[in-house]
Ligand binder design. Structure first.
Ligand SMILES: [Zn+2]
Length: 152
């Protein structure tokens, strides 16, 4: 199932260096039905509180899941992993690192808590201050400007 582009509280973003991505909008926005439905639900919940700064959804999986999008065995055929960009200050769109002056820690933490509340078991993000307060968040190389989440 493809994540709808026009869901409340959700915005498609394509930020990747993966050769499998050919620029087709939404090519990396496929996942298993339960997972996509969870993201849609999260978007609706998010939209109630932050209607002017939707969740910025980057990679999920390709339609056939054939190619891992990041690293090895990541964003593959299970269709149950997502990259969500960090939040910025002033209700603007994200993709800033946790060290950037316009990084919005409070709102980024809210994104992570929303993911956790909706069953994400594995969450990677490198902001040490967030990891200190949310011990289920783990550091992983490359996760300075987005949160990676996996939901079984
Ligand atoms: Zn990821």
């Amino acid at each position: 199932m493809q994540l709808p582009e026009d869901s409340a509280g959700i915005k498609w973003i394509t930020v990747t260096s993966t050769p499998a991505i050919d620029g087709t909008p939404g090519i990396d926005k496929w996942g298993n039905r339960g997972f996509i439905e969870t993201l849609i639900y999260m978007g609706r919940e998010w939209n109630k509180e932050y209607p002017s700064s939707p969740l910025l959804i980057n990679d999920i999986s390709l339609r056939d899941g054939s190619t891992a999008l990041r690293g090895t065995a990541s964003h593959g055929p299970a269709g149950n992993e997502v990259d969500i960009l960090t939040a910025r200050t002033g209700n603007r769109s994200g993709r800033v690192t946790w060290e950037d002056p316009s990084y919005n820690r409070e709102q980024t933490k809210k994104i992570i808590q929303l993911m956790r509340k909706n069953g994400f078991q594995r969450i990677y993000f490198n902001d040490q201050i967030i990891r200190d307060s949310l011990p289920y968040v783990k550091a992983r190389a490359g996760h300075d400007d987005h949160i990676h989440g996996r939901r079984e």
